[in-house]
Design a protein around this ligand. Structure first.
Ligand code: GDP
Length: 367
């Protein structure tokens, strides 16, 4: 028939011709089933196996640019664990004159002692510097169902009988959030495929609202400058945290080094003794050593004790980033997709090594 089917998992248009292409479903399945999942989503759901997809970031950006032409509310989901890495570059151009509601997701990863009001102020200041003035910022956890009511109420309030576009980079938790909405609103469970693998939602999904409008889930924007995009799928569970972060505190003298598995390294070159608090996945091995011994240690243990990766050649060679700690206010050094290191209040010189292409930046302390 001429009817267009879409995958209930990722929203891509279903095709029955070419198994090697996206959206493939065997013709028989399409006839027999009420729910259809493309081969890729089927695999993710059933075998936790991922078929690599060729994604053209430009196509996704074009889709975003269409939003500027609409009259709608834009809901941007960001990942608090990787705030700058989950930001959509140039978002203000894409949304046009439409209001933006910010959903700061994954608060469940933050320590219980976090001062949420301060965190919100931090976010507001951060996005203001990017020229963004959100109508509201909701701190939430889509996965744990924290503050979902607030998020839905804010959407209802600010959409004002308009369509809602949900945007975000891959892995921010957009699909998980959409699933939540479906669950709470329509009592449908787990309709959209979520997975820790980047790029699961491939095409737009529409959730009809009772006034004829809709919530439109857009494809995740791919950002390649995050370490989590580079590690093997089998190593993602070591890198992407699932439990609240146990901050790991190191009092370092200068000329000391921290290794983050075999993925990155921080050398404290110069400065007074001070604390470096590591906010990385609890499963990631952090090793302290003297700077003097660090090269030899790496040489000997890279891919073994210092892993992931199992094979250092899987990742681009490391590039060095230098940071001067100003001394008066606390700074975080962020290794995108891996986490951050909260530095103490002493002046100092730090060098961070991470695979070339991964964003490494410094920011005022988030907590
Ligand atoms: P999408 O690419 O933006 O659609 O992201 P997904 O919804 O597929 O989520 C990406 C990963 O983040 C998955 O491993 C989710 O389990 C995880 N995730 C989503 N929401 C949360 C959250 O609130 N807290 C935590 N800790 N993880 C989350």
């Amino acid at each position: 028939s001429d009817k267009e089917y879409r995958c209930d998992g990722c929203g891509i248009v279903i095709q029955t011709e070419d198994p090697s292409q996206l959206g493939y479903v065997p013709p028989k399945v399409l006839e027999e089933r009420e729910e259809v999942y493309c081969r890729r989503c089927f695999r993710i759901r059933h075998y936790n196996e991922i078929a690599p997809v060729e994604q053209d970031p430009d196509i996704y950006l074009h889709k975003l640019a269409e939003i500027a032409e609409t009259d709608s509310l834009v809901v941007q989901v960001v990942d608090l664990f990787d705030f700058s890495g989950s930001w959509i570059p140039g978002i203000h151009r894409h949304i046009g004159k439409n209001p933006l509601l910010l959903l700061a997701n994954k608060i469940d990863l933050f320590p219980k002692s976090t001062k949420w009001g301060k965190l919100k102020d931090w976010l507001r200041k951060y996005v203001k510097e990017l020229g963004i003035y959100p109508v509201d910022i909701i701190l939430c956890s889509a996965e744990k169902g924290i503050h979902m009511d607030e998020a839905l109420e804010a959407i209802e309030k600010y959409r004002d009988r308009r369509d809602v576009y949900v945007v975000g980079t891959t892995n921010a938790g957009k699909s998980t959030f959409i699933n939540r909405i479906l669950k709470e609103v329509a009592e449908l469970d787990e309709i959209i495929t979520t997975s820790p693998y980047p790029g699961t939602t491939l095409d737009a999904i529409r959730i009809p609202l009772d006034d004829g409008k809709a919530i439109i889930d857009t494809p995740g924007i791919v950002r390649k400058d995050r370490l989590s995009e580079w590690v093997r799928p089998t190593d993602l569970h070591v890198v992407i945290p699932k439990q609240p972060l146990n901050p790991r505190i190191y009092q370092l003298n200068d000329q000391q080094t921290l290794f983050f598995g075999g993925l990155a390294r921080m050398d404290y070159i110069e400065g007074e003794r001070q604390s470096f608090v590591c906010y990385v996945s609890n499963h990631l091995y952090v090793h302290r050593t003297k700077l003097q011994n660090a090269d030899a240690f790496l040489e000997k243990h890279h891919g073994k004790m210092l892993s992931p990766p199992q094979d250092p050649a899987q990742l681009p060679p490391w590039k060095k980033h230098r940071f001067f700690l100003p001394g008066h206010e606390k700074q975080d050094i962020v290794i995108s997709g891996l986490g951050w290191i909260a530095c103490g209040k002493e002046k100092g010189l730090v060098e961070v090594w991470a695979p070339k292409g991964v964003q490494v930046v410094v920011r005022p302390a988030i907590i």
